[in-house]
Design a protein around this ligand. Structure first.
Ligand code: PXG
Length: 442
């Protein structure tokens, strides 16, 4: 054991890192050892500005005192309580707070430990609900190309990111996919919602016509697709999906793991777009990423449909050892309080126009072929190196890191989502560093 945790471990072999080029990383590791507000500290003592809120989760900024203290206190008071057939007050309190933030009539919350588990939970609730309503033939699930819904089997089945699916067998049966909404020839450099493409929602009608509505349980989409490289829904698209689902008795699930809790400058993307889904999946920003936790928010009628029959019977055969875990619940409560005290959702909303202008100033930067933005989300798409896709963006990731800025790259897209406490000068710093970085990569 090293005497100080500021030293990189000298043997990196045992930890099989997620979504990482392990061998390349271990030859030249990048380690964070501390964080505060907008910055990480690296093992060699450098400050790195967090342009991505960790992995889209640290919406309140790092090591915020209320959250840290709440976790410390909870760990000393009630470390764990069984999640089945016994409760503890903070889980109920947090569920109430989430329901207050959720759109009207979505007053019930099922706790999970990640976005992936929230997605599995939502899909299972949708299927079970259809069955309870006497519509047991509705077993199909519809996702979308380029969709990301976590990495469990349900999520990769409805998801549409090919490398996440192709190694893992036949996946769930009875899944179909709508086309993605990316129309670069029509919409590049759109500020906010792109004008063109609402018609792509009509593809759902074609899928319904093919399979018949009586076989379809639910449609799941990210209101703004994040992981695939920030695809913003064309104007009117989500409302059209809602209308088609209503017409055919299909549930609409919004996967708001990224868009929830202030990222759009309001509680949820559902509020931003004025489109109410039947189920919302969340995680990440719920606890500021500090303790793993997810929550599935369910429309009252769906929840109530389960609360019939004998009270001696478990209504939903589903749940996790850590559903509503006390330390996660304490972190969630303190996170929501921090958002409120600091007015962070309003701050994100106020900053969004500045963010938009700053990002679009990169239109003439080297290699840039598109800039997209909404709320405090942004993407800079760059021209790939011929025959070597992703290579230029990955070089930019490394170069930006060396220059003291954390960005995310996916394919040849730089994705940005800073903590909501970001300042205007830090936004300028993000943009300036990206411009410089692009000037310097091959
Ligand atoms: N749904 C959506 C919409 C997500 O973005 C998940 C589900 C899965 O969440 P968990 O907690 O199981 O990872 C996600 C996660 C990236 C990136 O850089 C995005 C995610 C995770 C890690 C990296 O775009 N999204």
């Amino acid at each position: 054991m090293s005497e100080t945790n500021n030293l990189a471990p000298n043997d990196l072999s045992s930890f099989w890192m997620p979504f990482t080029n392990n061998r390349q990383f271990k030859k030249n590791p990048r380690m964070f050892v501390a964080a505060k507000d907008m910055h990480f500290t690296t093992a060699d003592g450098r400050q790195v500005l967090d342009g991505t809120a960790g992995l889209w989760c640290v919406n309140a900024g790092h090591c915020r005192p209320l959250i840290t203290e709440a976790i410390q206190k909870q760990a000393a008071e009630l470390d764990y309580a069984p999640a089945f057939q016994i409760g503890h007050p903070k889980a109920f309190e947090l569920a109430n707070k989430i329901a207050e933030l959720a759109p009207e009539g979505m007053g019930h919350v099922f706790f999970t430990n990640s976005g992936s588990e929230s997605v599995e939970t939502a899909l299972k609730i949708a299927l079970a609900y259809q069955k309870i309503k006497g519509e047991g033939s509705r077993t199909r699930l519809i996702g979308r190309e380029r969709g990301y819904h976590g990495v469990n089997f349900g999520g990769i089945s409805v998801g549409g990111i090919v490398p996440n699916r192709k190694m893992f067998g036949t996946l769930l049966a009875g899944v179909d996919h709508m086309p993605h909404t990316h129309l670069p020839e029509k919409n590049s450099f759109s500020k906010g919602e792109p004008q063109h493409g609402a018609y792509l929602a009509d593809e759902l009608e074609k899928i319904v016509a093919l399979h018949d509505a009586s076989t379809i349980a639910a449609v799941i989409v990210e209101p703004v697709a994040g992981s695939t490289g920030v695809l913003i829904p064309p104007k009117g698209y989500l409302q059209k999906l809602r209308n088609i689902c209503d017409k055919h008795g299909i549930l609409l699930i919004f996967d708001e793991v990224i868009t929830g809790f202030g990222r759009m400058g309001c509680n949820f993307a559902a509020d931003y777009y004025g489109v109410k889904p039947d189920i919302i999946t969340t995680a990440k920003g719920l606890t500021n990423g500090v303790v793993p936790m997810g929550a599935v928010i369910v429309r009252d009628e769906i929840h109530d449909a389960f609360m019939t029959g004998s009270e001696e019977v478990i209504e939903l055969f589903h749940g996790y050892t850590y559903s509503g875990n006390p330390i996660a619940a304490a972190a969630g409560l303190a996170t929501l309080e921090t958002y409120k005290q600091d007015g962070l959702f309003e701050r994100a909303n106020d900053l969004a126009p500045y963010w938009e202008d700053a990002l679009h100033s990169l239109k003439d930067a080297k290699y840039v072929i598109d800039v997209r933005n909404i709320g405090l989300i942004g993407a800079i798409e760059i021209e790939p190196i011929a025959g070597a896709p992703t290579k230029r963006a990955f070089s930019a990731f490394i170069k930006a890191y060396e220059k003291g800025l954390l960005i995310r790259t996916t394919g040849d897209i730089i994705a940005l989502s800073p903590p909501l406490m970001v300042s205007k000068s830090q936004i300028d710093e993000i943009v300036d560093t990206i411009r410089e970085t692009l000037n310097e990569v091959d």
